[in-house]
Ligand binder design. Structure first.
Ligand SMILES: C[S@@+](CC[C@H](N)C(=O)[O-])C[C@H]1O[C@@H](n2cnc3c(N)ncnc32)[C@H](O)[C@@H]1O
Length: 418
């Protein structure tokens, strides 16, 4: 008969299932959470399991180097012993769990497996006072990809930022109250300094702001004031950009294929008191009744620009998926373009650090469409740190690094000329 798990083992078991879902099955961390944490009733246990898995994904390459330094025969990548060692070590070396608690809560997860080996490797690393490097190492393939796309400095900044808690950015529907403390990088933006629960921050209940990374707030800003003009927000959920457009005075239709994500958008609109028409639809099949003055296509992408908040992308997004996503983005952009009035503005954006999903999609669109031109972003429209390149915005890890960095994004604005 197996012994009952010690207190705390269940959240480690959930963390291990989460890591398996990401690393072996290629699932996004958030999508895997419900299944992996099915035995956990308490929200704080679920949050802890998620935190262990996310920190392991941020530190995976360095954890594996340590494990390999202490084993005579290399453990298979998908072996239970390696999985358990990763989560025991990350707790001690990056999450301040005392070693005895970290090992006692993971050993039951190797029931019937190489417990002695796990115990031995963990003990040896503790005795040698093993440490993780200050700046985490990116997975080799990602490091190579970003280095070749953006240069060594950007790849190094990305690694440095992986060790730092991502910032909490608020976007305000109107002018932000001066009494709230923080750093403002753009109008109606505040980067909250210090750690406060979101719901405890002033103005949450009244819906004066929503959480949105400063980089993610750029695409909607580039459409300017709405003045009652009609805007289509395609791929809208959970609605950060819909709220910006509604707050700027657009008459917004927010469309998304995901009903559950649109439910979050509805909650967001309700909390902030902003309005938009909401449509559950696949934009590859849907047709509007009339053309729009402005269109925002924040297309589904690899999300590698949000690697700090979602470190699973570092391990599961492969070049083939990037190429497939880019194909989908080109089709979506072509379809969206047909719904714009002459003289209207079309924004294309992705939270991706892959040029195939950003620059290349915009270039291909302009090459194919004689009826559109690039509407270059002017230097005065954005802060100097976000300076446009060839009239487009490319935000890289390292933008605003001293202030905590920002998400990776690509944004282009086009005008319909006929
Ligand atoms: C990058 S997210 C959008 C984020 C959103 N714009 C915001 O600011 O909160 C991409 C969205 O595209 C939606 N999506 C994916 N394929 C779609 C399709 N064929 N038609 C409509 N929406 C789609 C996804 O459900 C997802 O919500």
């Amino acid at each position: 008969m197996s012994r009952p798990d010690p207190v705390g083992a269940a959240s480690r078991r959930a963390a291990m299932r989460l890591l398996d879902a990401v690393l072996r099955k290629g699932l996004p961390l958030e999508a895997a959470l419900d299944g992996a944490a099915r035995d956990l009733d308490r929200a704080d246990d679920r949050a802890f399991a998620h935190a262990i898995a996310a920190e392991t994904l941020r530190r995976l390459s360095d954890l594996d180097i340590l494990i390999d330094s202490a084993t005579r025969n290399r453990l298979a990548d998908d072996s239970k012993a390696r999985a358990v060692l990763r989560i025991a070590l990350v707790q001690v070396l990056a999450m301040r769990t005392p070693p005895h608690a970290a090992i006692a809560t993971v050993l039951p997860l190797v029931e019937g497996g190489p417990k002695r080996l796990v115990h031995g490797v963990f003990g040896a690393l503790m005795r040698s006072e093993a440490k993780l490097p200050e700046s985490p190492s990116l997975p080799a393939l990602v490091e190579e990809r970003w280095r070749s796309a953006w240069g060594a400095e950007t790849a190094e900044a990305a690694a440095r930022l992986l060790a730092v808690q991502p910032p909490l950015d608020l976007i305000f529907a109107s002018e932000r109250p001066p009494e709230m403390e923080g750093i403002s990088l753009l109008p109606r933006h505040l980067r909250v300094t210090g750690r406060t629960a979101v719901a405890d921050l002033a103005g949450y209940g009244e819906g004066r702001w929503w959480v949105q990374d400063v980089a993610a707030s750029v695409p909607a800003r580039l459409l300017g004031a709405g003045q009652g003009r009609v805007a289509l927000d395609l791929c809208a959920a959970p609605g950060g950009k819909t709220m910006q457009l509604a707050a700027a005075g657009f008459d917004v239709t927010a469309l998304d294929v995901s009903k559950s994500r649109l439910a979050r958008l509805s909650e967001n609109l309700e909390r902030t008191g902003l309005n938009a028409e909401i449509l559950v639809a696949d934009l590859m099949k849907w047709e509007p009744k009339a053309p729009a003055d402005a269109i925002l296509l924040d297309a589904p992408c690899s999300a590698t620009g949000i690697f700090r908040r979602h470190p699973d992308v570092l391990h599961r997004v492969r070049p083939r998926a990037i190429a497939e996503l880019a194909q989908g983005q080109r089709s979506m952009l072509a379809r969206a373009a047909a719904w714009l009035k002459p003289g209207g503005s079309l924004i294309y954006s992705v939270c991706s650090l892959e040029p195939e999903e950003g620059e290349a999609v915009a270039d291909a669109f302009l090459a194919e469409r004689g009826d559109f031109e690039l509407d270059p972003v002017r230097a005065e429209e954005v802060p100097s740190e976000m300076a446009p390149k060839a009239g487009r915005i490319r935000l890289l890890p390292g933008t605003f690094e001293a202030e905590g960095g920002c998400d990776g994004f690509f944004v282009a604005r086009f005008r319909r000329i006929s």
